[in-house]
Ligand binder design. Structure first.
Ligand SMILES: [Zn+2]
Length: 245
């Protein structure tokens, strides 16, 4: 990998409308070069411990996130409650619908997966080749097929030996649900998070040709949504990763 990391990201990079900040990895996924390098190191530590740390999802584009959002907003894609029960979009108020989607899916333009710093992972050694990873709590919680690898990761993370990767969705404070499979490369993602503002998100939506469903409701609630669903807990990574003031 020869390309160095890009900072700050341009607004099109930050919102998933460009891939010019990314390198393609041998597994076929794309990340920023520095994060990809760090992931390779984490992967090699995992291998020594008997795990095959693999990526389900790394960079995701704005278009892809828009398709997920619109699919859920229109009822074409399933929405679940916290217990995994399917919700009927037609039976929810607009406000309920917005929050039911946001619990598990990011607003297009605001996904941490746009940044090239965040990944969803699993242990390829724990399942057969034809296993379809679902990224549901049952897979990663105690007794789940990927729990041993995540417990190993927890120890590395607690000791700050995880090559800069931490869990932004480790606890539930009423925003995004707990996602044990989601790792974020703090040295880059802290800066990306700081760049994201309501104005930048609106500019992104205005520049998009395809209609964003529920736009009116989202516009009205955007500052609150950003606070509740985009902000992660202060202590999600050690203080030493935060840029010096
Ligand atoms: Zn994720």
């Amino acid at each position: 990998m020869t390309q160095s990391s890009v900072f700050p990201l341009s607004s099109v990079q930050l919102t998933g409308r460009s891939e010019s900040h990314l390198v393609r990895m041998t597994c076929g996924h794309s990340m920023q070069a520095e994060a990809a390098e760090a992931f390779t190191q984490l992967q090699s530590d995992a291998r020594e411990a008997g795990f095959d740390l693999a990526i389900v999802s790394a960079f995701r584009s704005f278009e892809r996130q828009l398709a997920i959002w619109n699919g859920k907003a229109s009822g074409q894609r399933l929405i679940h409650d916290d217990s995994g029960n399917a919700l009927n979009a037609n039976e929810l108020s607009v406000d309920e619908l917005v929050h039911a989607i946001l619990r598990f899916s990011a607003l297009p333009g605001t996904s941490r997966h746009h940044w090239g710093s965040d990944i969803d992972v699993y242990d390829q050694a724990a399942v057969s080749d034809d296993y379809a990873v679902q990224l549901v709590p049952a897979e990663v919680s105690s007794g789940g097929v990927f729990d041993p690898m995540h417990s190993w990761l927890d120890e590395r993370i607690a000791a700050d030996k995880s090559h800069g990767f931490f869990r932004p969705y480790a606890s539930d404070s009423g925003g995004v649900a707990v996602e044990r499979w989601h790792l974020s490369y703090a040295p880059l993602s802290l800066g990306c998070a700081a760049q994201l503002t309501a104005a930048l998100v609106r500019e992104c939506w205005n520049g998009c040709e395809e209609k964003l469903l529920l736009r009116e409701e989202l516009d009205a609630q955007l500052p609150t949504i950003i606070k509740r669903y985009l902000a992660v807990e202060e202590n999600w990574c050690p203080a030493r990763y935060y840029p010096a003031e």
